[in-house]
Design a protein around this ligand. Structure first.
Ligand code: NI
Length: 159
């Protein structure tokens, strides 16, 4: 495994749409392992491949409930109930914004071997799923933020 460099700020790659993964080989496994290691090193709870400059629809998440890897993920259900909470991003260190997200979402995806699965997340996991899937379409949380917060007043995990 290896740490990868996280793209930050105005890097135009962060605005690009990622392509579907079609090959489930050792190279993909290496990417997922690297994403996870890079996310942990940065104390994040989620990281998308685009954030390390790889425009493929691959994401890792760990909100403290275990490692989740999502390939070609799609949100299939969102709760009507929404929660507004502080949110950050490893690509925008030191920044935090208030973002409204569904309390619960269900995502369908493939695992690293191309097997279908579904995951339903509540609260922080739902937030991380929405945040990371947005990255795959070049959307960053500031696009949804109701308000950007003074970073000295907030401490929260970055995604
Ligand atoms: Ni992010």
């Amino acid at each position: 495994m290896a740490l990868r460099i996280i793209l930050t700020g105005e890097d135009a790659v962060l605005r690009k749409k990622s392509r579907e993964v079609t090959v489930f080989d050792e190279r993909l496994h290496q990417l997922l392992d690297d994403l996870y290691e890079t996310m942990e090193e940065a104390n994040g709870v989620g990281l998308a491949a685009v954030q390390v400059g790889i425009l493929r629809r691959a994401v890792v998440i760990d909100v403290g409930e275990g490692r989740i890897e999502l390939i070609n993920p799609v949100i299939t259900q969102r709760s009507d109930e929404k929660i507004c909470s502080p949110e950050g991003c490893l690509s925008f260190p030191g920044e935090t914004g208030l973002v409204e997200r569904p309390k619960s979402v269900t995502v369908e995806a493939l695992d690293r071997n191309g097997n279908f699965f579904a995951v339903t997340g509540q609260d922080l996991l739902a937030r991380a799923l929405c945040h990371e899937l947005d990255h795959l379409d070049g959307i960053i949380y500031q696009d949804h933020a109701i308000l950007m917060l003074d970073p000295s007043e907030v401490a929260d995990e970055d995604e």
